[in-house]
Design a protein around this ligand. Structure first.
Ligand code: ATP
Ligand code: MG
Length: 615
């Protein structure tokens, strides 16, 4: 169990984009992270400059109104009550003070309301903006990024990180700023009211300072731990739910439950630890505050008795002290939300900084004329990671209109070639060109229109069958969609579905069989009508009659375009003009199928084995 959990920990932390300033290894990346999260914050706030100014003004007024309370109490006691005001009996003073108090209370009510409404609106707009930016960026990032950055982590970014920021925006910031404001203004007012008493109050400062410093350090550590552990919980949750079929098929439930229990318990323990810190800090601050109040009461009472200060000043002092210590206790909570929000912002900034692996060209070259589909690999070397090239050096020319079958053992690099043509990756060295233009210089739109790949794992989106075929070519009419389905022989099965073309395929096309999904994907590709069509094991899930049907259709579909057909079943290969036999990323045989069979080489042997398997 421990081994598994450790492996899971690795999943969450093995990426630079995952690091925060606190976790970054070197000074350079700290500077980079801070700069990029500051930039992100600036770009999020900038559009709201005016409303933010209004928010600050509202906060200042609110603070002033709330500060007026104790001072008015002092005036009321010292000036309004006859024995204390030297025996003069004047009700107007007391009435004036009472009215002023009511006005202050009303002002505080209104400004707080206005502030909450306004800041709530700004906060939600900022979150909306941030979420859509992150989502957009995640979509743009290359396939290789997503292979590294698991979907659980994507979910963690979009949920728990967003929540931390939202928690801070919904109230955290207000309390933080108000607490800071009131601590400063209370200190100033106390000094002004009665400075000897204020100095006595300040004896508590060193204690507050030491306590806060300790709390800050300890909670930083504790909160980092809770963030790491919650990320693990989410990652494990998402990954295991995503692989539910495999989980059931291999009876992985108990094992997964064990891992989940372990990360879940880690999360609980981390939270308990963080809460224990608050359990020490908040009451300690309260204790310091109460002791200070006792001292001030004693010293202030002594001064009042000796006529060195007024009773009202003492009362105001005690009221102000409450407003001094209470926000201090709360600061501890905000400090934590501030910290997790900062960390979340850093992580999101890290993701947003991640450059797309296959960037769109800044200065694209338009494809010449109607895309012919001539593909050329010039000295291509490619490795998924590190220095173990899957394709050591590939020079290959696929003339426009040719149907090329690629065969070879499992792991030989067939799909890799297909993925390079579709530009899921860029070659480490050399270039791949389409009609003489480097793929790196073609816009995504042009490339997606020119090159379409159909694979084994056909992903359908939630929606109807017609919609799933239709997004092969945005704007296609219903007739065109049905014609495409007819052309590849999918029409019959689609009409037999409960709602025909309007049947909802549900999540990932779960309502259809694997073969039916492939037929839908074929129809989609046919509708897209690309110059280059790549079929990677695209007929592997079809039964023999369906495959025959597709093959017959393929002859027409592939007739006027370049096609790369990857298949283990050689029946599919027979329609090809040319066969490439791949071994360890290199082409070992190349020629028309009939010639290769006659030549008696590797393809001839494969072909013989396949024929034998048929009888
Ligand atoms: N995303 C990836 N990251 C790292 N290595 C990969 C990745 N995809 C493939 N590989 C490796 O690259 C090599 C070639 O893989 P490729 O998918 O091109 O093989 P293939 O010829 O299509 O095999 P198959 O017939 O099984 O589909 C394999 O050794 C594989 O382990
Ligand atoms: Mg493959």
């Amino acid at each position: 169990m421990t081994v598994d959990v450790r492996a899971w920990r690795g999943v969450a932390a093995d990426d630079d984009a995952e690091r925060t300033v606190a976790e970054a290894g070197d000074a350079a990346s700290v500077v980079r992270l801070q700069a990029s999260s500051r930039w992100l914050l600036g770009s999020l706030l900038r559009p709201h400059r005016r409303p933010l100014l209004a928010v600050v003004v509202l906060l200042l007024i609110q603070n002033a109104a709330s500060m007026a309370g104790p001072y008015l109490v002092k005036l009321g006691i010292d000036r309004g009550i006859p024995p204390l005001s030297g025996g003069r009996h004047d009700a107007t003073v007391l009435v004036t003070v009472a009215v002023a108090f009511a006005v202050a209370a009303a002002t505080e009510y209104l400004t707080k309301r206005g502030f909450l409404a306004l800041s709530g609106r700004i906060g939600q707009t900022i979150l909306l903006d941030l979420r859509s930016r992150v989502y957009d960026h995640f979509q743009r990032l290359s396939v290789s990024f997503h292979e590294r950055y698991t979907s659980g982590r994507v979910v963690a970014r979009l949920t728990s990180d967003m929540d931390s920021i939202s928690e801070l925006l919904d109230g955290g910031i207000e309390d933080l700023v108000l607490a800071g404001l009131s601590v400063i203004s209370v200190a100033a007012i106390l000094l002004w009211l009665d400075w000897p008493m204020a100095l006595v109050t300040m004896v508590s400062f060193p204690f507050l300072l030491v306590l806060s410093r300790w709390f800050q350090r300890a909670s930083a550590r504790a909160y980092r731990r809770t963030r790491e552990t919650v990320a693990l919980v989410i990652v494990h949750f998402v990954e295991s739910m995503g692989g539910m079929r495999a989980v059931h098929a291999f009876r992985r439930e108990p094992r997964n439950q064990e891992i989940f229990d372990a990360v879940n318990d880690d999360y609980r323990a981390a939270n308990v630890k963080a809460m224990r810190l608050i359990a020490i800090y908040a009451p300690s601050i309260k204790l310091v505050g109460n002791v200070t109040i006792a001292v001030v009461l004693t010293y202030g009472g002594y001064r009042a008795l000796h006529g060195q200060t007024e009773v009202g000043v003492l009362a105001a002092f005690l009221l102000y002290l409450r407003r001094f210590f209470e926000p201090m206790q709360e600061l501890s909570q905000f400090y934590n939300s501030l910290q997790s929000a900062t960390a979340a912002l850093e992580k999101l900034a890290g993701v947003l900084d991640e450059p797309p692996g296959v960037p769109e060209p800044a200065d694209p070259t338009p494809l010449p004329g109607v895309g012919a589909g001539d593909i050329h690999f010039h000295g291509v070397r490619f490795a998924y990671r590190g220095d173990r090239p899957v394709l050591p050096r590939l020079d290959l020319h696929l003339p426009a209109g040719q149907t090329v079958a690629v065969v070879g053992a499992t792991g030989a690099g067939k799909s890799t070639i297909a993925k390079l043509v579709a530009r899921f990756y860029d070659p480490s060295e050399g270039t791949v060109t389409l009609d003489g233009v480097d793929l790196r210089e073609i816009t995504d739109d042009d490339l997606r229109r020119a090159v379409v790949m159909v694979t084994q794992e056909n992903f359908l989106f939630s929606g109807t069958v017609a919609e799933n075929i239709g997004f092969g070519r945005p704007g296609a009419s219903r007739e065109e969609i049905e014609a495409a389905a007819r052309a590849i022989g999918a029409d019959a099965f689609i009409r037999a579905l409960p709602d025909g073309y309007d049947t909802d395929v549900r999540k990932r096309g779960g309502r259809l069989s694997a073969g039916q999904r492939q037929l839908v994907a074929f129809a989609r590709a046919f509708l897209a009508d690309p110059a280059v069509l790549i079929l990677d094991e695209a007929t592997s899930s079809l039964d023999i009659p369906s495959e025959r049907l597709v093959q017959r259709a393929l002859r027409t579909i592939l007739a006027d375009r370049t096609a790369i057909v990857i298949a283990h079943r050689l029946s599919t290969v027979e329609i090809a003009d040319r066969v490439l036999v791949l071994d360890h990323g290199g082409v070992v045989e190349d020629g028309p199928p009939a010639e290769l069979v006659a030549g008696g080489g590797r393809y001839a042997r494969l072909h013989q084995q396949w024929r034998d398997s048929l009888v």
